[in-house]
Design a binder for this molecule. Sequence first.
Ligand SMILES: Nc1ncnc2c1ncn2[C@@H]1O[C@H](COP(=O)(O)OP(=O)(O)OP(=O)(O)O)[C@@H](O)[C@H]1O
Ligand SMILES: [Mg+2]
Length: 372
Amino acid sequence: MGGLRVCGPGSDGIVDVGSGAGEDLGVAMIHDRGGSVARGIGVTGPSWRVSASSFVGRSHELSTLSSLLLSQCRLVSLIGPGGAGKTRLASEWIGLRLDELVGFVELSALPDTSLLMVTVLGACGISERPGTDPLERAVEVLAERDGVLVLDTCEHLRDAIVGTVVVLLRRCASLRVLVTSRVSLGIPSETVVPVAGLGGDAHALFLDRARQVQPDLAVDDGIIRTICELADGLPLAIELAAAHARALPLADIHSGMANRLGFLTGLASVGEPRHRSLEASIGWSYQLLDSTARGALRALSVFPGRFTLDAAVAVIGRLGRELVEQLVDHSLVLFSPRDERYVLLDTIREFAARECSASGEAEVTGRRVLPP
Ligand SMILES: Nc1ncnc2c1ncn2[C@@H]1O[C@H](COP(=O)(O)OP(=O)(O)OP(=O)(O)O)[C@@H](O)[C@H]1O
Ligand SMILES: [Mg+2]
């Protein structure tokens, strides 16, 4: 396929599609000034949108994605904590390769699996066929396609997505799948690419977002660096902190971060509900845990820094190892294989500690807090 000219983020978002795109399948590509693009077979709908804000860093992750998805790898999952930038990374990568785009399926607003396949069909621009199972319909069309299907925000629908992905990869020989999720799919063909905080690039993100709301920002690099560290380098937390620059000096944003959960709330009720505050973002992951795993997370808030598996088992009690693994799987606990230690991001520890005291467990934390 050829003939694509794409104006990237920061432009007016026009995606211009030349002739020849998808001729083999009678696929039409549509373009509009809202910056959405979709290929349609019978039906077209928005599938991928150019982001309005600037993108910083992630060059290493972008090239990792290219080397994986443009070679042998057919299933790649961007996995990391809430607000780490998984969706944005997937979106930027596919934005550089729109000729590969099969569909960008946004699943965060889907409360359950009943509309999963219909949503996938819609995002791929495939019309439903009455009497045909939507998954069969997807296989029928996607078996002819050579490209990347992006499944964005999968953690709350994991089991159904696993089933769908297994079928699609088995029956659509040239299809590749890029997943974003806080929890990996856990299937053998999956290659996980971890998405962590922004590190040194966090500073540029804060500066950009703060200047958007406060062009006269009095820059103090030291304070900005500290704010970014307190935000764990998470782009969502940094954006929420930077939004305060409209009305607060940097020093007050810094002191506000002493109570991150209370301070990092959206000033406008726009965007996805779980991105309107740091608390909502972590709460989304917390809600996906069963009560035993929630108890284990609360118990681990006793550790101010890194801890060993033995120490974790000592405070969690029964099923300690399994629960630690589950929490790592949910991106709520980070594992460092180099020193074989675990750690909670500060923001997650603060959330877990608050839940711990709210549930009346605080006084027994440090001992076993779960039933033996
Ligand atoms: N590298 C980046 N440069 C600029 N902005 C970024 C970057 N990464 C993320 N962001 C911004 O940070 C916010 C959160 O990012 P994103 O939605 O990608 O997080 P996520 O990891 O997908 O979160 P969730 O787990 O809730 O789905 C968004 O507003 C996004 O545009
Ligand atoms: Mg996301």
